[in-house]
Design a protein around this ligand. Structure first.
Ligand code: NAD
Length: 355
């Protein structure tokens, strides 16, 4: 059987969840890994069954291997641009974590380079593959709430006794605008929330307005909280994203100490997705109200890791069928443009048009 042979560049915090979809699918195999931190590269490479001589600290060595078809690029944001150009030049397909770059110009160059090289270029997005999100989308597509009018996305960040361990280095580049491109909540994680707005409403917004506050997260580290981003789609439809960190809000989680809630209002009903990363509310993950009745949906996996597994499975399916992945690099570029426009709006205090 033909297998998709995958190399990982960057085996940091999030790589554990990326590996799951490949390790659990006979159609793919992780054949090489690279991280400048050799200990981290060896630890993950060994755990995933990668031979010792295919564990590297310089990604050019991984790119030189003829039997790597696809590269999972899991580097910090400021390294996405050059590394992606290098992956394309090596003739490998690309799965790149979001946001794809720090500027739209960089994203355009990366897309052009992948086209020239004739390789697939995907921007990795997992939230749209989270099972409660997919169930809500199926209900909306079936007409359960009528035509969607507004989407409200709320992200609570707090603390947790069972949060996974996050290396200090993973915080350091996120809290630096030069390396992250914006703040951790509104630019980094916000990319997912803006992807959800696009996914549910079927289009990128025409105009965005944002207020982004500042809170001390730890000595010397300033978090972009609280924040409110509002945007307008065509046909008088609206989106809202609120991000807030509560320093004493305790929650359970297997990953980050953060949880999300979404409410989508349509012409005849309302749908709620009551969870995301964490496990704050002890209520069904999807709730639908219409025609004087509330229906709840609990028959789906709710672990956040399933969003990654499903996203990877979707990509493997698309690869073997020769279909476009989700997100395509072009879709990733449009969401990046939106995320940067929100940053610009917060800086200037004015709405930014995306028309
Ligand atoms: N989809 C999601 O929900 C989600 C969640 C977390 C992170 N991410 C994204 O994943 C990416 C990585 O985030 P993370 O949290 O794993 O960060 P991290 O800092 O834990 O991991 C990055 C790794 O890259 C390595 N590295 C740095 N420079 C390198 C180089 N030149 N060559 C090889 N390795 C190098 C570091 O040593 C580190 O291990 C980012 O793009 C981030 O936005 C996405």
């Amino acid at each position: 059987m033909e297998q998709l042979r995958v190399g990982f560049i960057g085996t940091g915090r999030i790589s554990d969840l990326h590996a799951l979809g490949y390790l659990g699918d006979d159609r793919a195999r992780i054949v090489a890994v690279c991280d400048v931190n050799e200990e981290v590269a060896r630890q993950r490479g060994r755990a995933w069954g990668v031979p010792e001589d295919r564990i590297f600290t310089d990604y050019r060595d991984l790119l030189a291997l003829p039997d790597v078809d696809l590269v999972e690029n899991l580097l910090p944001h400021h390294l996405h641009y050059q590394s992606t150009l290098d992956i394309a030049a090596a003739g490998k397909h690309i799965s790149l974590q979001k946001p794809m770059a720090l500027t739209v110009e960089q994203a355009d160059e990366m897309i052009a380079a992948a086209k020239r090289a004739g390789v697939i270029f995907k921007v990795f997005e997992n939230f749209i593959f989270y099972p409660p999100i997919q169930r809500a989308k199926a209900l909306i597509d079936a007409g359960e709430i009528g035509d969607p009018l507004t989407i409200r996305i709320k992200s609570n960040s707090g603390i947790s006794p069972n949060e996974w361990e996050i290396p200090g280095t993973a915080w350091a580049w996120r809290f630096n605008r030069e390396t992250c491109g914006g703040g951790p909540l509104v630019f980094d994680d916000g990319h997912h929330k803006f992807s959800l707005g696009w996914y549910f409403m079927g289009e990128i917004a025409e105009e965005v307005h944002a207020w982004i506050g500042e809170t001390e997260f730890a000595p010397g580290l300033v978090l972009d909280s609280p924040a409110a981003v509002t945007w307008k789609f065509s046909n008088n439809r609206f989106g809202l994203f609120e991000a807030v960190r509560s320093p004493e809000l305790v929650m359970d989680t297997n990953h980050y100490a953060q949880d999300d809630r979404i409410e989508i209002t349509g012409t005849k009903g309302v749908i709620w997705i009551t969870r995301g990363h964490g496990k704050m509310l002890d209520i069904p993950p999807v709730i639908l109200y219409r025609d004087r009745q509330t229906r709840t949906f609990s028959d789906m996996p709710v672990g956040w890791e399933h969003s990654f597994i499903n996203s990877t499975r979707h990509f493997i399916d698309a690869y073997f069928k020769g279909e476009p992945p989700s997100l395509t690099a072009e879709q990733g570029r449009d969401i990046l443009r939106f995320a940067l426009a929100a940053q610009e709006s917060a800086r200037t205090g004015r709405a930014v048009s995306l028309k």
